[in-house]
Design a protein around this ligand. Structure first.
Ligand SMILES: [Cu+2]
Length: 187
């Protein structure tokens, strides 16, 4: 597991650019692939992986003869990925509550599926000792800023985040280094 601080961002940007070019060639707007929504899907509604698969499928269609078959093939591919994009844009994940305490997370380990969420709750803290949720390590492409709660002792405080990328996430309270938790996210 690489530390997030050491994560190289450039290859990701290059890859996104290549996908953008590929999608552009397939007829979708080239700008679509660069920005990602909270679901991990691009603005076009497809994940980068899905965009790649779509491009491959369309390429296959190009080999079909006669032109009528080629057209029908492309229509089918476009329809399929339009449906997938719709799914991506309306994720139906579960929400799990994790309690913060003095000084622990409970439970300290949780297994999620992609698009599930955690709602961290300060309801059970003492009210004097401030705490936060800080991402220590996560899968590549996830940044600390995606999971950075304010620091507070406010029992009414809640911090909710959706997990769109599979992998292992280690969280810590930056004021109490023994206060850790692990989130495993699978596809
Ligand atoms: Cu703390």
């Amino acid at each position: 597991m690489k530390s997030l601080l050491k994560t190289k961002r450039l290859p990701g940007i290059l890859a996104a650019g290549l996908v953008a070019l590929a999608v552009g060639a397939a007829g979708a707007p080239a700008s679509a692939a660069t920005a990602e929504s909270s679901t991990g899907a691009t603005v076009s509604g497809l994940t980068k992986k899905q965009q790649k698969a779509k491009k491959k499928a369309l390429k296959k269609c190009n080999k079909k003869r006669p032109a009528k078959k080629k057209k029908a093939c492309k229509e089918q591919v476009n329809k399929k990925y339009k449906k997938l994009a719709g799914k991506n844009n309306s994720p139906k994940g579960k929400t799990y509550t994790i309690d913060l305490g003095d000084n622990f997370f409970a439970p300290s380990e949780v297994n999620l599926k992609v698009n599930d969420s955690i709602n961290w709750s300060w309801a059970n803290v003492g009210g004097f000792e401030p705490h936060n949720v800080t991402l220590d390590q996560g899968p590549s492409g996830v940044s600390r800023g995606d999971f950075a709660s304010p620091t507070t002792a406010d029992k009414g405080f809640r911090f909710k985040r959706t997990f769109t990328k599979a992998g292992t996430y280690s969280f810590v309270c930056s004021l109490h280094f023994a206060m850790t938790m692990t989130t495993n996210v699978s596809n």
